[in-house]
Design a protein around this ligand. Structure first.
Ligand code: PLP
Length: 397
């Protein structure tokens, strides 16, 4: 069987998108109820309900909803103390929003390489960079090459595959660097906690959700993500003070008062509207089924590629992956481009991974560590159609 036939056997004839949203719950009823309530904007009960659902699902103590995932990262960085003129270490192999959020704080991104298997920030590369560049002083870690403060580390869990986040967290602790996780693609992805012995403990209790290991983590609910609110994001944290600060900063820093307008610092209008939260509440109701359906699609791809030269990127032991976007590695860039051509010509949407951030005009002058693995992966990765197949989730509500 060819790859095209295999994709058709999952998604049928006709155009196959890369990833489309699924509305199989009570989305319409929830949105209509929200309109009828008149609370469609930045106040309303559904925002809090959606936040509680996401906190309960991820195990984060607090969740603060935002207008989008990019805003969530920007605010999370500010809350970890990132100031204009600082540096934030992140990966070059990411969606542009990660680097943009750093730039919006007035800090400069510094790009460190990724691991070949997780596609996420490499703890070894991070450690090498810090050993060479970082001097821990009373003012924090100073980059001895630039004189600037390294203010945070921002790994991204690519396509839902958790980066080696516990090793990254340990390095951050040693260098006293706040860790913020861009878990935009990783709702429903988990890492086992260290010390777990397979089979002895209930993994449902001892695994940690992506985005809850760092001091702050962020999610996205854009239309192409695991679940969608149209547009939206979330800040996750276990720290009640940071959660309160996140809420304050995203709601124009307005002090609660019945009628007065007192804003005690420069805040943002970044609160998720209630109308979007209505969609989110309905989507959360089907999340476990959606992830199960996506994992079934991934299993079919994995079986297909088992005896073929291409490598299917599968979950690493000790992690559970949501398989937001399935990905394979081709032999080289020529093979990659040939597959992209052949599938897209058939109406099957596949695509390469993003351009490295250092290849984009606004980030080409940023520091980086050579990015050998990132560049190798960039030449080879192809994303395959990854939606929940039609009819897989039955309509309800
Ligand atoms: C989707 C995404 C974001 C946030 O995107 P928004 O569209 O602003 O919600 C951030 N980082 C990564 C890696 C993403 O894929």
């Amino acid at each position: 069987m060819t790859l095209i036939n295999n994709i058709r056997s999952i998604y049928g004839d006709g155009p196959v998108p890369l990833h489309r949203p699924i509305f199989a719950g009570d989305e319409k009823a929830r949105v209509l109820e929200c309109i009828d309530s008149n609370f469609v904007s930045s106040a309303g009960e559904l925002i809090g309900e959606f936040e509680r659902q996401v906190a309960a699902f991820t195990g984060a103590c607090h969740a603060v909803a935002t207008v989008n995932g990019t805003a969530a990262i920007q605010v999370a960085l500010r809350l970890s103390g990132v100031e204009p003129g600082d540096e934030v270490i992140t990966q070059a192999l990411t969606f542009v929003a990660t680097a943009n959020a750093v730039a919006y704080t007035g800090a400069s991104p510094v790009f460190v390489d990724v691991d070949e298997d997780t596609l996420g920030l490499s703890p070894e590369a991070l450690e090498r960079f810090l050993e060479d560049a970082a001097e821990v002083t009373g003012k924090g870690a100073i980059n001895r090459h630039t004189g600037r403060r390294i203010a945070a580390v921002l790994p991204m869990h690519t396509f839902g595959h958790p980066a080696r986040i516990e090793a990254i967290a340990e390095i951050c602790e040693r260098y006293r660097l706040p860790l913020v996780e861009d878990a935009a693609e990783a709702l429903g992805s988990w890492v086992d906690s260290p010390g777990d012995t397979a089979g002895e403990l209930d993994t449902a209790i001892n695994r940690r959700h992506a985005g809850t290991i760092g001091r702050l983590g962020t999610l996205s609910f854009n239309g192409n993500k695991i679940i969608t609110t149209g547009g939206g994001g979330m800040i996750l944290t276990d720290d009640p003070d940071l959660a309160a600060r996140a809420k304050h900063l995203t709601t124009t820093a307005k002090r609660p008062h019945t009628y007065e307008f007192v804003h005690d610092e420069l805040g943002y209008n970044y609160r998720m509207p209630n109308l979007n939260a209505a969609l989110g509440v309905a989507q959360m109701g089907r999340l476990p089924e959606m992830i199960a359906a996506k994992r079934e699609v991934a299993a079919r791809y994995e079986a297909f590629f088992a005896d073929r030269p291409e490598t299917f990127i599968t979950e690493r032991p000790g992690t559970t992956v949501n398989y937001w976007l399935n990905a394979i590695l081709m032999a080289d860039r020529t093979e990659r481009d040939a597959l992209l051509q052949a599938t897209n010509a058939e109406g099957i949407m596949t695509r390469p991974i993003w351009e490295l951030m250092t290849d984009l005009p606004m980030y080409q002058h940023c520091q980086h560590d050579g990015l050998a693995v990132s560049r190798w992966l960039q030449d080879r990765i192809v994303n395959l159609p990854s939606s929940v197949p039609d009819g897989r989730l039955t309509q309800s509500g």
